[in-house]
Design a protein around this ligand. Structure first.
Ligand code: AMP
Ligand code: FE
Ligand code: FE
Ligand code: ZN
Length: 285
């Protein structure tokens, strides 16, 4: 049987709806051999995931970092997946703590904007939905759904709601700084859904060329937010820069419709990824 490797999944440590332990069980149920836990800006789910890892499932501990590139006329937001880095590296710990606390302030502002327009959502409820994890717009979306204002998370991301009207920008890590922080913590970085035009503005290929020179490990080509043309473009770019190509589900539980294992990474790429890390954090298998 083929090895099934999914390197991008969220838990309740950020905006997924399964706890880290439930995520491990779901990964086994989905027939995965390798799964990565990649919560937004946190490693808080690592211990519980490791604890619950069923025999036969390899766990790659990671995170998805909220990053920014300031080289365009307006800064562009982007996500870097980071794998097998030292979760105690002081600079990284401090940076992630800053990003998370800014996210809470920002979500509270979004709630205040909604309330100012007369919508009955509360910050306490949003914090409750985040359940101690990294707060994000999906948690504000839950409050909108509970208030009967929108029917689904996807609807809450429409421009008239959290997509634009009530969106408040978040504090993000300079993308080159993020690559540097993860490299010096012994890990590797993969640019998540780099070509997903449906998610917003995308960065030019020239940035990816510079990131490759700065030590970026790979590009996520196979992602549900990429069209076949976008996947092909990412693949060709990765080949030309000798970057690895990954494919992953970006599973978020019921916050999104994609299933675990919907997109996969090739075993040879996974092996190359592990080999490129320092070994300070190993894959558990
Ligand atoms: P934030 O990082 O707080 O700005 O929230 C962004 C998160 O919302 C992403 O990581 C996704 O999990 C989720 N998201 C973004 N767009 C959508 C959408 N159209 N439908 C559902 N979830 C979305
Ligand atoms: Fe998310
Ligand atoms: Fe992402
Ligand atoms: Zn993600």
């Amino acid at each position: 049987m083929d090895t099934r490797i999914d390197l991008h999944a969220h838990s309740t440590a950020s905006d997924g709806t399964l706890s880290p332990a439930q995520l491990m069980a779901a990964a086994a149920d989905a027939g995965l051999d390798v799964v990565a836990i990649t919560d937004h800006d946190t490693t808080a789910g690592w211990a519980a995931a490791a604890e619950a890892r069923p025999p036969g499932l390899t766990l790659v501990r990671g995170a998805e970092l909220s990053c920014r590139w300031s080289g365009a006329d307006r800064p562009i937001s982007l996500h870097l997946l980071a794998y097998l880095f030292d979760p105690a590296a002081p600079d990284l710990v401090a940076t992630l703590a800053e990003v998370r606390s800014a996210r809470a302030v920002r979500a509270e502002r979004m709630v205040a904007l909604l309330r100012a327009d007369g919508y009955d959502v509360s910050w306490a409820d949003v914090l409750g939905y985040a359940a101690g994890g990294t707060v994000g717009r999906p948690h504000v979306a839950q409050a909108l759904i509970a208030a009967g204002l929108v029917p689904s998370t996807a609807a809450a991301f429409a421009p008239e709601w959290l997509g634009r009207r009530y969106r408040v920008p978040k504090t993000e890590i300079d993308v080159f700084e993020a690559v540097r922080l993860i490299r010096s913590a012994g890990g590797v970085t993969v640019f998540a859904h780099p070509r997903a035009t449906r998610r917003g503005r995308i960065v030019p290929d020239e940035l990816i060329v510079s990131l490759a020179a700065a030590g970026l490990f790979g590009l996520e080509a196979d992602h549900t937010d990429h069209t076949p043309e976008e996947r092909a473009h990412v693949r060709a770019l990765a080949d030309s820069l000798d970057l690895a190509v990954t494919g992953s589900s970006d599973f978020h539980g019921t916050h999104k419709t994609v299933a675990l294992g919907a997109e996969l990474t090739a075993p040879a790429v996974y092996e190359r990824l592990v080999a490129a890390t320092s070994g300070v954090t190993t894959a558990l298998g």
